[in-house]
Structure formats: C-alpha cells, structure tokens
Design a protein around this ligand. Structure first.
Ligand code: ASP
Length: 363
C-alpha cells in the first residue's frame, strides 16, 4: 500500500505487524532513533489539532527525521484558493510522507490520488481517523492482551465522531466482538457504518440511550466528545452536549477490569475524578498513538522504497459524473473540478456511495 486513508486498507496481519513494531520501539527506542535520518514528514493540518499533529511530528523526530508543514489552512495557499491536488503535488517535491487533516470528508483521498509520496489521513471531517484507531488498538492490546472477544461500548457523538467510525470498521475484522452504541437519537452512527460494516459483517450490535444499563457488560468503554464544530445549529449542540457525563458513581456497575478510552480532547464527558481510576486509559492512548504512528511511517516508507507501494485503486462498479454528492461536508462541495464518482455497495437496493465521503445515493 502507498497511503493510509481508511483503516480497512490495513489487513489484520498489517495491524499485527504495526503492533509488533510499536512494542519493539517501546522496548528498544535507540534501535529506531536514526531509521528516518534525512526523511521529512509534511503535516498539512487544515483543521485544529493538538495530539495528532504533535504525535506525527514527535514520531518522525524520534525516528531521526524532520518536519515541515502548517497547522491552519489560513497559513497555506488554500487561503488563496489552491486545490488539495495542487498542494500535495507541490509538497511531494519537498517531503517523503504527508499527514493530512482536513474539515472536508474525502480530502485525504484526493491527496492520495495526486501525491507521489504516501499520504496518511489524520482526520477528515466527521468521516474517518485511521491513525487514532491504531492508537486505540494498541491500547486495547496492551490493556486486554487481545483484540478479539470483547464487548465494546461507544458512547456520545457516534454520528460525527470519526474515531468511532474507524474503530468500528477495524473491529469488524476480529472474532467475537459485540458492539453497544450508546447515544441520543440525534447522534446515532451513520448508515454507512451500520449497513456496510456492522450488518455486512454480522457483528452483533445494539443501539441504546442508556449508559447505566449497558455498563456492566462492557470490556471497553469508548467515550467521545459531542463534535461542536460539525453542528450547523448551535442550539442543537447546546441541547446535546451534556448527554453523557462519566463519573465515579456510574463506574460502580462497571467490570473491575473495564478499560475506559477517549480519543481526546475531553470537554466534560468524563469527570476529572475518573482520571485516577486504574481503568482510565485515555492518556496511555495518547502515548500509544505516537508509537503506532512511528510504526506506520516506517511501514509506508519501507514499502515505497521496496517498490511495493500500491496506489489507491478506484475499484468496483463505479458511476462517474452522473450524480452529484449531496453531503455538504464532502470535498466535492469546495473543489468543483473533482469528478463525482460513486461505488455500488448494494446491488439489490441500488445503493451507491460517494468514493470520497461514503454518502449514499440511489440511482
Ligand atoms: N481528536 C479526535 C479527532 O480529531 C477526537 C475529537 O476531536 O473529539 O477526531
């Protein structure tokens, strides 16, 4: 593979390999300290970030490489109207790998198509965040010793929470996973996650509003922030933002070895009184993210050097230019010259999904 845009581009063998490398980096950091000498990562962040950008940058620095990039769209030529395609063709002349975060869904997919160097999706709108998933998986592995046979509860904003979508996709590859989706009705997971991932893979799942009732069954509780920046109606955000607040009282019904995850930043959905609970793993998750990003950078650069970097393929039953994506968050809404391409996902129902943002269209 050349890029990492969607977590499903990695097989379970790939994920096991990344975990193995990350564990080795933890044990023997000196062995890795010059592995990327002379290499550069470009962090192209069109949207705010603390952890992910600094994590990518620290990852490259700890591998002996260096960092270029920008941390807001206003300091890049995007503010002059430059397209993602042009920006990454330019950056390909300066760097060896790109990590891109963008508010529009599918922007890193477009970047991967045009960049001659590997592109890593560091979060695209409310869509996907595959490297957060790598952090989550290493944390689950280190805490529970396995990635299968787990009951995982996702709580909060499951609609816009991109880390939720990517982690559910990744877990669909493992045996014995049960999913509990805990959210208000307005913030349920999007259909493409429900239909294409949960139902297609026969994963047992329940949708509920009650964290209290679900708590005793969980091995992992994945709390999330209500994603204020994705709401078009501020009052709706204000009404929903305090839907769930995890506190020590609510944890009384949880398993003694349950693991509490959160991709951070936390606003108020986990009270600080929970931080001292041994089940709270969200700060360990941050550190694990850096190790997995180191492992991923090494893998992508090695595959490129070995000539094994397969570019993204637009495969399947595709229709081009016939219908337009209606998702206001899709990259096609701001980059008018992009061709609208849809992939057939359900032949019987005639359902197509946008190749950039996974929004549904019927023919
Ligand atoms: N840091 C995560 C993300 O970028 C979670 C969040 O922002 O709530 O998606």
């Amino acid at each position: 593979m050349k890029d990492l845009i969607d977590i499903l581009e990695l097989s379970t063998d790939d994920i096991n390999g990344l975990i193995k490398t990350a564990l080795d980096i933890i044990e023997n950091p000196a062995k890795y300290s010059e592995k990327c000498k002379g290499k550069k990562i470009a962090t192209l962040f069109y949207e705010p970030s603390t952890r992910t950008r600094l994590s990518f940058e620290s990852a490259m620095l700890e591998l002996g490489g260096s960092v270029i990039g920008f941390s807001q769209a206003s300091s890049s030529s995007a503010s002059k109207g430059e397209s993602v395609a042009d920006t990454v063709r330019v950056v390909s002349c300066f760097a060896d790998v790109i990590a891109m975060r963008h508010p529009k869904e599918g922007a890193p997919y477009v970047a991967a198509k045009y960049a001659s160097i590997p592109v890593i999706n560091a979060g695209d709108g409310g869509h996907n965040h595959p490297t957060q998933t790598l952090a989550d998986l290493l944390t689950i592995y280190r805490e529970k010793g396995r990635l299968d046979n787990l009951t995982v509860g996702f709580c909060g904003d499951l609609k816009y929470g991109r880390t939720v979508h990517s982690l559910i996709s990744a877990l669909s590859r493992y045996e014995g996973i049960k999913i509990a989706l805990i959210s208000p009705d307005e913030l349920k997971v999007p259909n493409y996650v429900k239909e294409d991932v949960l139902e297609k893979n026969n994963m047992p799942y329940e949708e509920t509003r009650s964290l209290e009732e679900t708590m005793p069954n969980l091995d992992i509780l994945y709390m999330t922030r209500v994603q204020q920046e994705r709401f078009s109606d501020e009052n709706e955000y204000l009404r929903l933002r305090d839907s769930y607040i995890l506190n020590p009282e609510k944890l009384k019904n949880a398993k003694a070895d349950m693991c509490i995850l959160h991709p951070l930043p936390r606003v108020n959905e986990i009270s600080v009184a929970v931080d001292d609970d041994p089940r709270a793993c969200y700060f360990k998750q941050v550190l694990n993210g850096k190790y997995m990003r180191m492992a991923l950078i090494l893998k992508l650069l090695a595959e490129k050097e070995a000539g094994r970097a397969q570019p993204l393929k637009e495969e399947g039953d595709l229709i081009r230019g016939e219908i337009k994506c209606q998702n206001p968050m899709c990259i096609t809404t701001i980059e008018q010259e992009l061709e609208h391409v849809f992939r057939l996902v359900d032949k019987e129902k005639g359902i197509y999904r946008c190749i950039y943002c996974d929004s549904e269209a019927k023919r």
